[in-house]
Design a binder for this molecule. Structure first.
Ligand code: AVJ
Length: 325
């Protein structure tokens, strides 16, 4: 199809279309069709992701939490007094509390600035952090990573957290651009703690994205439910199958939604009708897996000097601390 401005600015809608319209239109105009992973995190998607983090198959969250628990004191010993803490993609900040607990032992108060696309997740983060840690003041920021100038406005020294392997959603060049954008808003001595999932046995990785309880399948299909709700889509989520596999050559887990039949699907707000062949897929997410060397090189390409990398005993996950020199 040809994209014209009529798809974005329709005559009969005085209010601007919801912000996902542009992303959905763009993704569905590609061949093969795709959708950006940040759309997975509406309130329902964020709640499903919280459930994923507790699944027996989903090792990343508990492995990273183990690293943070084992090394919280040491990580904090790398930080200057009175750091302001911000976090990209904070979610409910459950793992962050592990670090904040150690940090409040070392400084009188902490200003914590969590950024996330999910308002609902941020509300939980604020409640849980402030009720557990009275000297932490939480300043939630709703948004994606396009504008990171809020970092610059904080009192130095600064610590930025980008944990949970969220970086794994990005292509290598996008990851470097994001790290450079973070660096641009920081000054000498400021630090970035970057958490990333490491390459391991393919079965272990794959199971984490294809759990027996089907929570990851619901998380993936929630994208279609969201498009139905927010854009007047007419998807039948049950006519799409959750697909996940390890792409060895690209070092990533891929998530797709595969149409079980030949079908057409109308999206009212985009004034668009999509055609799907049987077996046609929508690419919904990549989750890149790294080596420690690759992770440290990413930090360097982003403009940071690597201070230290911590891993778990099995080397399943890594947490790396970079500093602006
Ligand atoms: C939030 C991007 C780290 O890639 O493991 C989990 C998202 N997708 N199960 C990941 C996700 C399916 C998760 N990240």
């Amino acid at each position: 199809m040809i994209i014209t401005s009529k798809h974005l600015h329709r005559k009969f809608t005085p209010a601007p279309l919801p912000s996902i319209a542009e992303d959905v239109l763009e993704g569905f105009s590609r061949t093969p069709k795709s959708l950006p992973p940040k759309l997975l995190y509406d309130a329902a998607g964020s709640a499903l992701f919280e459930q994923i983090t507790c699944l027996p198959e989903y090792y990343p969250t508990r492995t990273e939490a183990g690293i943070l628990t084992a090394h919280a004191e040491e990580i904090c010993s790398h930080l200057r007094r009175n750091v302001s803490v911000s976090e990209l993609g904070a979610g409910t900040a459950t793992k962050t509390r592990i670090l904040l607990r150690s940090l409040v032992q070392r400084q009188c108060g902490v200003n914590y600035f969590p950024l996330d696309v999910s308002d609902a997740a941020l509300k939980l983060a604020k409640d849980e952090v402030e009720s557990e840690l009275g000297t932490v003041k939480v300043h939630p920021q709703v948004g994606d990573f396009d504008n990171l100038t809020f970092l610059e406005h904080q009192t130095p020294p600064r610590l930025v957290l980008y944990i949970g392997s969220s970086i794994g959603n990005l292509e290598n060049d996008e990851a470097i651009a994001l790290l450079q954008n973070i660096a641009r808003n920081l000054s000498t001595g400021d630090k970035l703690l970057l958490g990333a999932d490491l390459v391991k046995d393919a079965e272990v990785m794959h199971a984490a994205y294809d759990d027996d309880a089907g929570v990851t399948a619901s998380f993936n299909k929630n994208l279609l439910v969201r498009i139905n709700r927010e854009l007047g889509g007419h998807f039948d989520p049950e006519s799409f199958c959750h697909i996940s596999f390890w792409n060895e050559a690209e070092s990533r887990i891929e998530l797709h939604l595969e149409s079980a039949c030949r079908q057409s699907v109308r999206i009212d707000a985009l004034d668009m009708t999509l055609q799907f062949d049987q077996g046609e897929r929508i690419h919904t997410e990549n989750s890149y897996k790294y080596t420690v060397e690759h992770l440290e090189n990413l930090l360097r390409s982003g403009g940071f000097r690597v201070e230290h990398t911590w891993t778990d005993p099995d080397s399943w996950f890594a947490v790396s601390l970079g500093v602006i020199t």
